[in-house]
Design a protein around this ligand. Sequence first.
Ligand code: 0PR
Length: 387
Amino acid sequence: MLMNEYGLTKNEISKKLNSLLSLDETFTSGKIIGSMCTEPDSYSKYIYSKFLEKNIGDPGLFKGTLLLEKQIIHQLGKLLFYPRCSGFVVSGGTEANIMSMWSARNYSNQKHPEVLIPSHSHHSFDKAADLLGIKLVKIPCLDGIVDCNSLEKRINQNTIMIVGVAGTTPLGLIDPIPELSDIARDNSILLHIDASFGGFIIPFLKDSNYDLPLYSFKFPGVTSISLDSHKMGSAPIPSSCILFRNKNLIRDIKINVGYLSGGNEPRPTLLGTSPGASIISLWTLLNFHGQLGYRKTAVRCMNNTNYLYNELLKIPNITIINKPTLNIVGFKINYNHRLIVKALRQKGWSISIFPTHIRFVSMPHINRKHVDNFLKDLKILIKNHSK
Ligand code: 0PR
């Protein structure tokens, strides 16, 4: 389609946008039950929209935004027991994980670098390995979390880093971080924790007396952590954070851009021009809601998850893959799984389908009524297809 010679009226634009965007799913429908993103917090959306011109790719121009970023990193560092960490607000878990691999490769200066990742790891590590010429060694899992014995056996002189996941993509489980930390220390290698999903829920559940494995810098082997604010942080997309224990880890991925106006520290992030609005809106969220606000959201999501889990247990013909650790339940239907999954999609349920199961993610936009609506449709379909 050729761009028109003359601009359209606002009315015409509105009509066209409404017509095409009506094809999009909405979080408010309550039918997006497989996504790890959510409707951003309304105040943070308002704040985001006020600062669209801020570009943290030229931090010298936006010194205030840079200070807000430093405060965010300090606050998150404190939450994860290491306020002295260095870090950045980035575009997502993918950028954060690529940065962890990039920094490990350059810091270690190993000729044939290898990184050990659990087999359930997110595909952002495959992207990173391909881009960076790193060999990925995928370690098998037991009951959905990495098998530390298998992992330890695969360490060799080329291994530069281990990855552990706090909030796995398929089931929201947490790898054994204390054990991984010991292994990393004993072998003098780095340990990156991918808490892209679990990062903004685990600390708040722990503070609400949930008995959960912790991920944090409390474990001395942990050298970097990624946590996505545009997932359980409820921030407008794009928004994620990466924290490094030690400044030296990022020393070798910094590229000096001498011609920029600021004379600030070079940023080792992947993007050049990038939204300062992400920083400003995340700072707003953290400070407006505080820990209590995040705790309330975390507990509400877990209550809905446990409710779903208990109701699924009552339905015959369903196998539940995991008792929820975080706000994810994986389950499969014993007979006619594919048919029922297809029918659920036809009924408008946006579900995530893994080879072994359906993933239900009870994000903040999901309430009890949505869960009930889903269960009702599921029960009817199971009944109809078991005849
Ligand atoms: N690490 C983990 C553990 C993840 O689960 C994800 C994304 C990432 C890293 C990468 O994060 P970014 O997508 O921010 O780069 N996990 C989700 C998934 O693959 C991403 C997602 C989000 C998918 C919303 C669908 C959706 O509607 O399931």
